[in-house]
Design a protein around this ligand. Structure first.
Ligand code: QAP
Ligand code: CO
Length: 180
């Protein structure tokens, strides 16, 4: 088990398109286990492989409070989405500290494969429907801030770049502190 590094917006690698998983083997099981550990550690309710710089169609989601219902969605496909929409205040582990409203279909029917390669279908509404659509966007290289206005998106970009520079400076000072 391992906690993986989560890419942060505006990292260009968040815009890569994920490829389907072809082989359901021990390597895939390990990736899913590591993604789950990374998500729970954060803590978050959903994580796409893209966010840990693995460009394969793998998602983990657990929307329960007590971390009791982990589901891995491999090669997910939306079979149907409702005409009615809902607006939900979304966040993202790759966009820390930022939450904003995104409108999406309120219900979706999804087909995916589990970690052993067994196909399954889920009809989701509420938070789970939001989360599935948000994570599937990651596999297409799309981050939720792309639904916001260019003004908001640029403010978010500037804020996160500033935080990133601050973090790098601190890391450098720590390394210097150890040298002298
Ligand atoms: C996607 O997001 C999602 O900013 C999953 O500082 C979000 O787990 C789907 C998180 C909302 C549906 C609704 C975000 C943790 C976690 C942060 C997450 C943060 C710490 C986000
Ligand atoms: Co996200």
């Amino acid at each position: 088990m391992a906690i993986l590094n989560i890419l942060r917006y505006p990292d260009p690698r968040l815009h890569k398109v994920a490829q389907p998983v072809a082989v359901f083997d021990e390597r895939l099981a390990q990736l899913v286990a590591d993604m789950a550990e990374t998500m729970y550690d954060a803590p978050g309710i959903g994580l796409a492989a893209t966010q840990v710089d693995v460009h394969e169609q793998v998602i983990v989601i657990d929307t329960t409070e007590d971390k009791s219902a982990l589901v891995a969605y491999i090669n997910p496909e939306i079979l149907w989405s409702s005409d009615d929409k809902q607006v939900y205040d979304e966040g993202c582990l790759s966009v820390p500290g930022v939450y904003d409203g995104v409108e999406r279909p309120s219900k979706v029917k999804v087909r995916a494969y589990d970690v052993k390669g067994q196909p399954f279908e889920v009809e989701a509404d509420g938070l789970l429907a939001v989360c599935i659509q948000h994570e599937m966007d990651h596999l297409l290289g799309k981050v939720f801030v792309e639904y916001l206005s260019p003004l908001k998106r640029n403010r978010i970009k500037t804020k996160l770049q500033k935080e990133e520079r601050g973090a790098q400076r601190e890391a450098q000072l720590r390394a210097q502190g150890r040298r002298y």
